[in-house]
Design a protein around this ligand. Structure first.
Ligand code: ZN
Length: 486
């Protein structure tokens, strides 16, 4: 691979309102490559194919990338020396290049109607020829053209495609060829004056001085049409690298139907952006070592095109869960609390007391794998309304309503007698009581746990009681006794 002095790469998402994980991965690799070689990473909005693209739909894509800490040096939001960075604002440039191609005889107006083209296609297929455009409008005389223009006939601009084989060396997949004799002259400017994707892209890549194009494999076949434009204009193409597919564990292509595919969805599901970035980095790139946890700086350091994988990547959400747990445990309590906060608020809990939230979060750092689990785990510390049914207290075996009532009544008594409300005092009171009553400590503690939380699985009990405070703990045990009919 050649790395010029000035590396310039780009991502060119369509403004769809959502940032797809595939877009995010491609953006990430481009950014890592730019950082690695001290180059620039450009974000361009490919909005020509969308009839109604809005600033909001563009913002949705950018927001997903920003959340992942993927930053670009030039783009519609930050500007740059090659502005504008939205294709809709570059229409004039595309038409100028098309004019130039026509002036030099490499493109021409085509007036064929859809019906004519369809008839031509059918005739070609019937005769066993490739169904390509015949090129007949290239042979129109000036008089015929003038007559058609005067009649107001719709016209497109077609590129003259030489009947040769085009090839390039893909940075990921090696040498690629296509015989363009089968392709025929293709449209570069539609009848409404807008450019086709493969034309606008080349004009932008060239004028923005893009040196390397890393993109989804879906674009591999587009590369040949693009090369035809580069050749016609006498421009040197960038180097291309087409990334591998992302597949579900059953090897189907990831799709909205099969699970989450948008960055916003992963965010709502309680994943950390740094975990998702680390996971995406390893989907299609292999550092060649056992190291799995990479900070963004470490990714820049380790990333290389040579280690981009050549086989499709399996998108295994269980692996993402694992990364998320690792990253959650690496956060400070204050940081984790601030990330948990919106999820608590969304679940309706008042978590305005930061110190209390941090104390609660410190109880679950070891067991939480997704931020969405927090409301379930610590919500009881931020509400007065605990829902409990009397059935909740009845364990397997000998714990019936009478036993539950007795355990709770005596626990309340023992706790009420405490002068100091601390982990040690609370623990020794309840353990002492279990001994006296000849209960297994775990069984007694479970009764208290259910009374104060409404759940059987919770953060550590003694810390929870301390955090709730004496009055509230006693109130909840009293409430549980009421439920049990004391
Ligand atoms: Zn024609």
């Amino acid at each position: 691979m050649n790395t010029p002095d000035k590396v310039r790469v780009r991502i060119a998402p369509s403004p769809t309102g959502n940032c797809h994980v595939g877009t995010a991965r491609t953006a990430l690799y481009n950014m890592l490559f730019a950082r690695k070689y001290g180059g620039k990473f450009v974000l361009r909005i490919d909005d020509t194919d969308l009839q109604r693209s809005t600033k909001e739909s563009e913002e949705g894509v950018l927001e997903g990338l920003r959340w992942l800490n993927i930053k670009w040096d030039e783009g519609p939001d930050v500007g740059g020396p090659y502005a504008p960075y939205r294709q809709m604002e570059r229409q004039h440039t595309y038409r100028q290049v098309a004019e130039q191609l026509m002036a030099q005889g490499d493109a021409y107006h085509c007036y064929c109607t859809p019906e004519e083209l369809e008839a031509e296609r059918k005739a070609a297929l019937a005769e066993g020829r490739p169904p390509r455009y015949s090129g007949k409008c290239a042979r129109l005389t000036d008089e015929e053209r003038a007559r058609l223009d005067a009649s107001g006939a719709k016209r497109v601009v077609r590129l003259k495609v030489p009947e040769t084989t085009l090839s390039f060396v893909d940075l990921v997949r090696g040498e690629q060829h296509k015989n363009m004799a089968e392709r025929g002259d293709f449209v570069i400017i539609k009848s409404d004056g807008s450019p086709v994707y493969n034309f606008a892209t080349v004009v932008d890549e060239h004028l923005m001085e893009i040196t390397h194009v890393f993109r989804a494999v879906e674009h591999l076949t587009n590369t040949f049409d693009q090369l035809a434009v580069y050749h016609a204009m006498g421009w040197a193409p960038p180097q291309f690298g087409h990334l591998t597919l992302m597949l579900n564990p059953d090897r189907t292509k990831i799709s909205k139907r099969a699970g989450a595919v948008y960055i916003g969805e992963f965010r709502e599901m309680g994943y950390l952006p740094e975990a998702l970035v680390n996971f995406l980095a390893l989907l299609g790139w292999n550092p060649g070592t056992d190291q799995e946890i990479f900070s963004m700086d470490q990714l820049v350091e380790a990333f290389s095109v040579e280690t981009l994988s050549k086989s499709d990547a399996i998108f295994d959400i269980k692996k993402l869960d694992w990364f998320n747990g690792v990253y959650i445990r690496s956060l400070t309590v204050a940081d984790l609390a601030s990330r948990v906060k919106p999820f608590m608020e969304k679940a309706g809990f008042d978590v305005s007391d930061q110190a209390r939230l941090e104390a609660a979060v410190s109880l679950i750092t070891d067991r939480i794998n997704k931020l969405t689990e927090a409301p379930d785990m610590i919500g009881f510390l931020f509400t007065k309304e605990i829902e409990i049914s009397s059935d909740a207290f009845l364990g397997k075996g000998k714990i019936g309503p009478d036993q539950a009532r007795e355990a709770l009544a005596r626990s309340r008594e023992a706790l009420a007698a405490l002068k100091e409300w601390e982990h040690e005092t609370v623990e020794s009171a309840l353990r002492g009581l279990a001994d006296q009553m000849r209960w297994k400590a775990g069984d007694l503690l479970m009764q208290v746990r259910i009374a104060i939380t409404g759940r059987r699985v919770t953060p550590p009990l003694f810390e929870s009681l301390v955090l709730l405070g004496k009055d509230e703990s006693l109130r909840r045990i009293g409430q549980a006794l009421a439920v049990l009919g004391d």
